[in-house]
Design a protein. Structure first.
Lengths: 173, 463
């Protein structure tokens, strides 16, 4: 049996935060909340886990460090060692100070782009993707709480939404 | 809900500002017709840009012999302009990254246009480095590619190659940072836009953003981490640019003060350029409620701080050139101050050391006309700084037989004018079609840092 989806529109972020708390404790399943700007504290209420993107960035950064080092070691030490300006190039370590800037740039390059790409792919925010927000006003000044309800409970859920401060409630067809 | 002391000056002025009004104000220039002044400015910028493209094509076709650079002075306007533009770019990253890490809320009204400025300025800078190699079609040799001309690789000991990596990393990372910030704002425009063609355009630009909880969660994390990565990046870029000079053995260039001095100078000139652009933009697009006098004043304070650092650097350079006892070093600075290019030296000293000190007076730093004039003066001064570092040094090196004078040709001037034209062409297009204020961020401080919120909290009303 398919569940009904109900969209409730709110006008204020604090009302949404309190409503989400109430709805959760009343046993209503919140599918999603669409907001024009981040509502701080809502993740804890909905039980959304902390994002691990920062860890990703760290791992990408380490990868960048290693790739940059490997590249410079291969090109300057292994494949065609050259001595420029008397800087010793027979071991990577001896000439490391000269390689620090590019090591750093490679780290930042990989960390930043790796993390940004991971974000776009994980959230599936890409050119050509259709927006999912049910009401166009949710990118402007309204907040939409999307809940699920069994057909039999639709009316009671609507009542709960209205009670929690929703300005409009619509059952999604 | 976060509360703020009422004595703190509000960042959003006006009594009945709502989220909807912020959206309205930001979408107005995009939806409506551009004012006549926009078309006039755009035409002038585009003509300058085209003139620059002409001079650029002439350079590529004939060679850099068309420039005033010669055997003694082999770096001149090209590198002066490169360093000038890349320095201007630094303010954008500083505003969006460093001020984000320091939780400075006044950043929110200005970061978007400052970042746009960064991107366009780095593009202008790139034109000069691409051209100054002489045969720009072979510039891919700068990248570490395996080649068919022998087993040679680029020289990783060279600061010029560090520059290739630093500038390209800086450009791409700034672009990503800027674009990710733009996505929610494009989504707002997409959802508000009535014209079907434009709606489609913004639908593609907004990448299907819908503002879900997890998206915002990740978005904020990405912004924070990108800010953390961009902060050392921005310092590294101009430090590496300064090492192009500092790792050489020329008197006047071979100094350890260069990296911090260049970074301070970059932020100094960048903030001046932000002032120039924002003072016009807030007026034309009627954004005075969001980019307030307080914002202008904060930026002027940054200009005093960085301008004073630059002044201290100039004076310590002078002192050390005498105190070191190295006659070549002493001569290099004597030549700057009394030699054939002394006019540039005094222009630099006046514009960069004296003029920003005027901002100590509150009357001056909150006066929009004076701020506008001084911001242009500072940028002229910073251009002369790079000129003074490069040309007078190269025209009087160790061997007197290589001493040479330099004067720019019309091609040098033309390409520089062209980059100014390109910068303003792109910036005007940005102001016309892109959200010029990070509205999603601005809406988050509406309840804490706006004038109406302060009034409510002082009158003891509920929040």
């Amino acid at each position: 049996m398919s569940k009904n989806i109900i969209n409730a529109i709110y006008g204020d972020d604090e009302v949404v935060l309190n409503a989400a708390k109430k709805l959760r404790s009343a046993g209503v399943t919140i599918r999603e909340i669409f907001s024009p700007y981040p509502i701080h504290g809502i993740e804890a209420v909905l039980g959304v886990k902390k994002t691990r993107l920062a860890t990703c960035a760290f791992l990408y950064g380490i990868t960048g460090t290693l790739l940059g080092t490997l590249m410079m070691w291969y090109m300057m030490i292994n494949d065609w060692p050259t001595i420029v300006g008397g800087k010793p190039n027979w071991k990577y370590f001896y000439n490391m100070p000269a390689f620090i800037p590019i090591t750093f740039e490679c780290t930042v390059f990989c960390a930043a782009h790796g993390m940004a790409l991971t974000f776009l792919l994980r959230s599936w925010i890409l050119p050509g993707v259709s927006p999912k927000n049910p009401d166009p006003r949710t990118t402007d000044d309204k907040f939409c709480v999307q809940v699920e309800a069994e057909p039999a409970q639709v009316d009671s859920v609507i009542a709960k939404l209205k009670e929690s401060g929703a300005e409009e409630v619509k059952v999604q067809s | 809900m976060q509360k703020e002391a009422a004595i703190r000056q509000p960042l959003i002025l006006g009594d009945n500002v709502t989220c909807k009004k912020i959206s309205d104000d930001i979408i107005k220039p995009i939806e409506g017709k551009a004012p006549r002044s926009w078309y006039i400015a755009f035409s002038i910028a585009a003509v300058m840009f085209l003139w620059g493209i002409g001079c650029l094509a002439y350079t590529v076709g004939v060679g850099i012999g068309t420039w005033g650079s010669n055997n003694g002075v082999d770096w001149a306007w090209d590198i002066t302009n490169f360093v000038w533009w890349i320095g201007i770019g630094h303010a954008g990253t500083l505003i969006s990254a460093v001020l984000l890490l320091f939780r400075q809320k006044w950043r929110m009204a200005i970061n978007r246009s400052a970042e746009a400025m960064t991107i366009f300025a780095v593009m202008c800078a790139a034109i000069f480095v691409v051209l100054h190699t002489g045969r720009p079609w072979l510039d891919y040799w700068l990248f570490p590619l395996p080649n068919a001309f022998g087993s040679l690789w680029p020289n990783f000991n060279s600061p010029l190659l560090w520059d290739v990596f630093a500038v390209s990393t800086y450009f791409t990372v700034s672009l990503v940072f800027w674009y990710i910030g733009l996505i929610p704002d494009f989504a707002m425009i997409r959802d508000r836009m009535v014209k079907p063609g434009m709606k489609k355009f913004y639908k593609i630009l907004s990448f299907g953003w819908s503002g879900r909880v997890k998206d915002w969660n990740r978005f904020e994390e990405v912004s924070l981490v990108l800010a953390g990565l961009s902060t050392p990046l921005v310092f590294s870029v101009h430090s590496i640019v300064s090492m192009d000079f500092a790792t050489s053995i020329l008197p006047g260039w071979h100094t350890t003060i260069f990296p911090p001095y260049f970074v301070a100078g970059a932020i100094f000139s960048g903030f001046a350029m932000v002032q120039t652009l924002l003072l016009i933009m807030r007026k034309v697009f009627r954004l005075e409620h969001y980019i307030t006098i307080k914002h202008i004043e904060y930026m002027n304070i940054v200009i005093i701080v960085t301008g004073s650092m630059v002044g201290v650097a100039y004076l310590s350079e002078l002192f050390i050139s005498w105190y070191s006892g190295v006659e070549y070093e002493a001569y290099a600075f004597l030549n700057r101050a009394t030699g054939p290019y002394m006019i540039a030296y005094y222009a630099m000293m006046t514009c960069n050391v004296i003029s920003p000190q005027l901002f100590w007076f509150k009357k001056i730093r909150t006066n929009l006309h004076l701020t506008f004039i001084l911001s242009i003066v500072v940028n002229i001064g910073m251009w002369f700084e790079r000129f003074v570092i490069i040309v007078p040094t190269l025209c009087r090196t160790f061997i007197p037989s290589t001493w040479n004078m330099y004067s720019p040709t019309f091609v040098d001037v033309g390409i520089f004018i062209g980059t100014i034209g390109m910068f303003f062409t792109f910036f005007l297009l940005f102001a016309r079609f892109f959200p010029v204020i990070a509205q999603a961020e601005l809406k988050t401080i509406l309840k804490s840092s706006s004038e109406q919120a302060h009034k409510q909290s002082t009158s003891g009303g509920h929040h």
